[in-house]
Design a protein around this ligand. Structure first.
Ligand SMILES: [Cu+2]
Length: 147
């Protein structure tokens, strides 16, 4: 009995270690132009799991990567990359994260990252008022994640 309990504990510990080592890293590029138009994140939607990371790549220059106020889960750390610099962010809190490029926010250069279950702050994020082309861009992204 004692041995089997210990065995179960060891297995559980191994399972946790396994899960941690399988945290994935995703990529998101800043582009001047793609099939969606000018000034885009590609991809502009990522679905990841808590503990996963996103490597934002400054592929084309003149862009940055900043979390949008009001569009991250409660208790999550806001992030702000430097212009023309790569940035890696690990996402631990489940929910949705709105991302903007500051110079091109109003031109619709935005992205959405869904970490696990989006429910915790989905309604709150959707309620944030968006400038210019960011508004239809986010409407489309929220429509996509509702599918
Ligand atoms: Cu930009």
């Amino acid at each position: 009995m004692v041995v089997s309990k210990l065995g179960a504990a060891v297995l559980a510990a191994l399972a946790l270690t396994g899960a941690a080592s399988h945290a994935a890293e995703f990529e998101m590029n800043t582009l001047n132009m793609n099939a969606h138009g000018m000034f885009q994140f590609e991809p502009n939607l990522l679905r990841i799991q808590p503990g996963d990371a996103v490597h934002f790549i400054a592929k084309d220059k003149g862009h940055d990567v900043v979390s949008i106020p009001g569009m991250i889960p409660d208790g999550a750390e806001p992030f702000k990359g430097e212009m023309n610099k790569d940035l890696t962010v690990t996402f631990s809190k489940p929910g949705v994260y709105g991302v903007e490029c500051q110079p091109h926010y109003g031109m619709g250069m935005v992205a959405l990252i869904v970490v696990g279950d989006p429910a915790s702050n989905l309604a709150k994020a959707q309620a944030v008022s968006q400038p210019g082309k960011a508004k239809p861009a986010f409407a489309k992204l929220f429509e996509e994640i509702a599918k």
